[in-house]
Ligand binder design. Structure first.
Ligand code: ZN
Ligand code: ZN
Length: 339
């Protein structure tokens, strides 16, 4: 039994490695991990409160920003409020996207159909087709650290060029253009270029995306009526640039290789997972819905996001306690090590 844990710190981040030993895990008093999970009940109510709070704060900020934008006539102030509003839009949608992520794992309701209805509703604002997102995200869990992981931002450093691509809208255009490849099970080689483009268009314009575009268009028109074209465009800019930037940044912080290792021959080419400190910023602002404990989510995707902190505390007392200790860090420390 000891053997299974002798090399666990080196193998645990590989897909399914944790699952292989999960039944043997127990704390100092021989209390099993699986029994612990059975008595720890997830709180869906807390999740709903969190989601509703995000929408309410988002609407409040939108209201304040519109008011501020309309109150100042100076061009420079208008530019500042344009950027501020884009930032708020991007951050709020990034938060909703994290709620959508747990929906992809059926963590929003016990009943899978109700879970998917809530996830579908969240996807309208984030522009995500739930069916496609689930395929892409499950591939991320299985192909973690491999070149064909469709959520592979972390394989490439966040360079100045990459940042320019995000804030010029090139990155989101590239992402949308590749959705057909990311969702396909096999690599299809179309000889006919027109067929290839037609497939890309058909994969992108699903019914939920049509609804999503309509919703965004209505918000755009509402902001245009309440203010002017530039302010309404700040919504579009926030959605197309800040939102994918925050998503990519989180992905890099969760899995990216440290700068020193990347540049030296210590480059590991292995799956990297981190456990961020629990504080208000990590738990509710930048890495919400359990994303601050992404390592545990990769090891055991059955762990509900509302019990992540207590699962981490329990695992600290088990045979994988060192794995937890070695992956504990903070968002800011990782940011410094990665860039
Ligand atoms: Zn996941
Ligand atoms: Zn991940």
């Amino acid at each position: 039994m000891t053997n299974n844990f002798s090399n666990i710190d080196n193998t645990i981040d590989k897909n399914l490695e944790f699952v292989k030993v999960k039944k043997e895990l127990s704390d100092d008093s021989n209390f099993k991990y699986t029994e612990f999970l059975n008595i720890k009940k997830p709180s869906y109510f807390l999740t709903y409160i969190n989601i509703v709070t995000i929408y309410l704060i988002f609407l409040t900020f939108l209201f304040i920003n519109t008011h501020l934008y309309n109150s100042y006539n100076s061009f420079y102030f208008k530019i500042i409020f344009f950027i501020l509003n884009s930032f708020c839009v991007g951050l709020a949608i990034h938060n909703i996207q994290q709620a959508l992520h747990v929906g992809l794992h059926y963590e929003l309701h016990k009943n899978k159909k109700i879970n998917d209805c809530i996830t579908y509703f969240l996807g309208l604002l984030t522009g995500v087709d739930v069916k496609q997102a689930r395929i892409i995200h499950m591939k991320h869990h299985i192909r973690h650290a491999e070149e064909d992981d469709p959520e592979n931002s972390y394989l490439y450093p966040m360079t100045l060029l990459k940042i320019i691509k995000f804030f010029s809208g090139i990155s989101i255009a590239e992402y949308c253009f590749k959705i057909d490849q990311k969702t396909s099970i096999q690599n299809e080689n179309f000889e006919n270029k027109n067929k290839k483009i037609l497939k890309k268009i058909l994969v992108f314009f699903t019914f939920s995306r049509f609804l999503s575009i309509t919703l965004h268009l209505l918000i755009f028109l509402y902001l245009y009526k309440k203010s002017n074209l530039l302010f309404a465009l700040s919504w579009v800019y926030g959605f197309l640039t800040f939102f994918p930037f925050f998503a990519s940044l989180l992905n890099i912080l969760e899995h990216g290789e440290e700068k020193l290792k990347r540049k030296s021959d210590q480059k590991t080419n292995r799956a990297i997972n981190r456990l961020f400190d629990t504080n208000f910023f990590s738990k509710y602002i930048f890495a919400p819905f359990g994303a601050h404990k992404h390592a545990i989510h990769h090891w055991d995707p059955t762990v509900h996001h509302t019990i992540m902190d207590s699962v981490e505390n329990f695992l600290l007392k088990t045979q994988v306690g060192n794995c937890i200790k070695n992956r504990k860090t903070t968002l800011f420390k990782t940011l410094k090590e990665i860039f």
